[in-house]
Design a protein around this ligand. Structure first.
Ligand code: SAM
Length: 359
């Protein structure tokens, strides 16, 4: 017997609650551009530790136009990003916000997160077209804010966890790095992870690679600036073309799911590794089921996945499109399909899962 469902009745109060929530979200969407603006103009840096400032004072310290600065400050105050003193008409950055907006070494540093979000939004009309027509959009085709924002978003997390806890969680790897190991960092982007590891392990040598030549140029510059260029080489190459062999450690930071053929890349890692070598895979934090990821982190990552990761993978051969919320079970499938016999999760943070794979 067929049952006919009654249409669900409209709850006017719920509708208005939803509309008001959307007001907040429109404010947040615009605020992403305002945060990037405040970062690029040096407004947050000028406010950090400066105490309460008038818009005139802030404009004069940053060489900007007072009328715009006043409007920007009001938008920041309305969103709770700065504090406002009505008596003196002054605005202040609280110590916590000063860290979040200006301290690049803090795990809570935020400008890169907003910068990659804005870059993704700027490119969204092109993604709209790919959704209509199929195909993808490669990482190299994005605006610079995506590339630089990615580096600035991920680096604070790597600073906080990579040397301190992720590498020590891998079996026997730190001892090899201390003694002098060969390391490959595939899909290294601007090389934040490569440079950090090179600084921590002066006896080891590193080869970073990424298929995006522009990112590799920046990575080389970062290595020179960090005085590690003598032990760090960068190659513009896809994962399948990473040079060399006999690596003690191969790393992939937040890039396996972006690749068109992650299983092919995993097979390449097997060839690159020394017999007792280790593959460390850092992937975005995610549960295996959609319903596990319906939370703020999942929301941000599904957003990035729609605008960056899925089109990146679909732009390449095979186009497996794991997505940024692939989760442990899907990553295990990829690793095992390439013939690795050992796979385990070794660490996690609110933003990342860290896996160890061995031949
Ligand atoms: C989200 S970014 C992460 C970059 C870097 N690992 C980091 O953590 O800052 C993903 C990177 O994967 C690279 N990528 C995508 N497909 C690739 C492929 N098939 N081979 C090598 N790199 C690839 C992109 O160019 C991009 O730099």
């Amino acid at each position: 017997m067929t049952t006919i469902e009654e249409p669900r009745s409209l709850d006017e109060e719920k509708l208005m609650q939803f509309a008001f929530r959307a007001v907040d979200e429109v404010g947040a969407t615009l605020n992403a551009a305002l945060v990037v603006m405040g970062d690029k103009l040096g407004l947050y840096r000028a406010m950090a530790g400066a105490g309460p400032l008038t818009p005139e004072e802030l404009a004069s310290r940053t060489g900007t136009t007072e009328r715009y600065v006043r409007e920007w400050l009001n938008a920041q105050a309305a969103g709770g990003y700065v504090e406002y003193e009505p008596e003196g008409g002054r605005y202040e950055l609280a110590p916590e916000q000063a860290v979040a907006f200006t301290d690049e070494s803090s795990a809570a540093y935020l400008p890169g997160f907003f910068q990659i979000a804005i870059g993704s939004v700027i490119d969204s009309p092109r993604i709209t077209e790919t959704v209509r027509n199929g195909g993808g959009l490669g990482w190299h085709e994005h605006v610079h804010d995506v590339h630089e924002g990615c580096e600035r978003f991920f680096r604070p997390g790597y600073n906080a966890h990579l040397v301190e806890s992720w590498l020590p969680a891998l079996e026997g790897v730190v001892a090899k790095l201390d003694a002098g190991a060969k390391v490959a960092d595939i899909g290294c982007g601007h090389g934040a992870s490569t440079v950090l590891m090179a600084q921590a392990f002066p006896q080891s040598t590193f080869v970073g690679s990424d298929y995006h030549a522009g990112s590799i140029d920046t990575a080389r510059e970062r290595a020179r600036n960090a005085s590690v260029a003598d032990r760090v080489e960068f190659d513009a190459a896809p994962a399948a073309g990473h040079p060399g062999s006999g690596y003690d450690l191969v790393t992939m930071f937040d890039c396996l799911h972006d690749m068109g053929d992650p299983v092919g890349a995993a097979r390449k890692v097997r060839e690159l590794l020394a017999p007792e070598g280790t593959w460390m895979i850092v992937e975005p934090a995610a549960g295996d089921r959609v319903e596990d990821n319906l939370n703020p982190v999942g929301r941000a990552y599904y957003g990035f996945s729609t605008l960056l990761c899925t089109p990146a993978s679909l732009s390449q051969e095979v186009g497996l499109a794991l997505g940024a919320q692939a989760g442990e079970a899907r990553i295990r499938e990829v690793v095992e399909a390439a013939g690795f016999t050992r796979f385990r999760r070794v660490a996690e943070t609110p933003f990342n899962l860290v896996f160890e794979a061995r031949p």
